[in-house]
Design a protein around this ligand. Structure first.
Ligand SMILES: [Zn+2]
Ligand SMILES: [Zn+2]
Length: 252
């Protein structure tokens, strides 16, 4: 299985270790067709990228792009899913300024509402001590479902990382809205039971590195092993065999 794109990588604009140029160089060396720069969005404390930086990042990326005619760079963001209503820390305007929006749950993200801190953040913290209740899983699932329904999200990142979710419900809503589900090599998610549930729906997948150091760009060993073990049909994976995500930017 040959990976042809990596739609999830971080740079020093958030807390990655390399620049856009560093990530692009590795992606080019590995023969990728597409690389997305997807730093953390604003409500990731201390490291989140303010929308004021988007233009600087775009200019930086366009300079780097000149050196890599065979690699298409995409400017994106990894948005935080922030509460039961599925709010993100990107606006529809931000979405229009970016080539790709991926979104996931991060334990340290700052919800807009105190009630979401209690309903979601505390629930995620309790997971370290107690098995989650059905009510908790239902609430967390609702968060993902609302996020997919109410926002233009290209990829849901590392589902199940830090929070349990009903994967079947997630797969169904992603299939309905053309949102891809990430197999995350960095966080080793979903687990096998989760993948079985996702496979019972019509959702599509993307295999990503979530690289935080340049050397890891395009490194999708865990995701590939999982995809091969479960024999996921090639037509359900967006970044192998010279296929690519159907992105808004590519439709323009
Ligand atoms: Zn993440
Ligand atoms: Zn990430």
């Amino acid at each position: 299985m040959i990976i042809t794109a990596d739609y999830h990588s971080h740079t020093t604009y958030s807390h990655g270790k390399g620049s856009i140029a560093d990530n692009a160089r590795v992606a080019s060396e590995k023969g990728l067709d597409f690389l997305a720069i997807t730093d953390h969005a604003a409500r990731h404390p201390f490291i989140g990228v303010s929308r004021k930086k988007y233009d600087t990042m775009r200019a930086d990326m366009q300079e780097v792009q000149k050196n890599y005619p065979n690699l298409k760079l995409l400017l994106g963001i990894e948005a935080n899913i922030l509460g039961v209503e599925g709010n993100l820390d990107v606006t529809p305007d931000d979405v229009d300024r970016l080539d790709i929006v991926i979104a996931g749950y991060h334990l340290t993200s700052l919800p807009y509402k105190a009630s979401d801190f209690f309903k979601i953040t505390c629930s995620a913290l309790l997971r370290y001590c107690f098995k989650p209740t059905k009510a908790q899983i239902a609430r967390q699932t609702k968060m993902y479902v609302n996020a997919v329904k109410n926002n233009k999200i290209d990829v849901i990142t590392h589902p199940g990382f830090r929070l349990d979710v009903d994967y079947r419900e997630l797969g169904k809503v992603c299939a309905d809205h053309g949102t891809y589900v990430e197999l995350s090599s960095r966080h080793r998610t979903p687990d096998e039971r989760g993948l079985e549930a996702l496979l019972s729906t019509d959702c599509q997948f993307v295999l990503n590195s979530d690289a935080h150091v340049p050397a890891n760009v395009g490194e999708c060993a865990f995701a590939k092993e999982l995809a091969e073990k479960y024999d996921i049909p090639a037509q359900r994976i967006a970044n192998i065999e010279h296929k690519s995500l159907v992105l808004r930017s590519q439709n323009k």
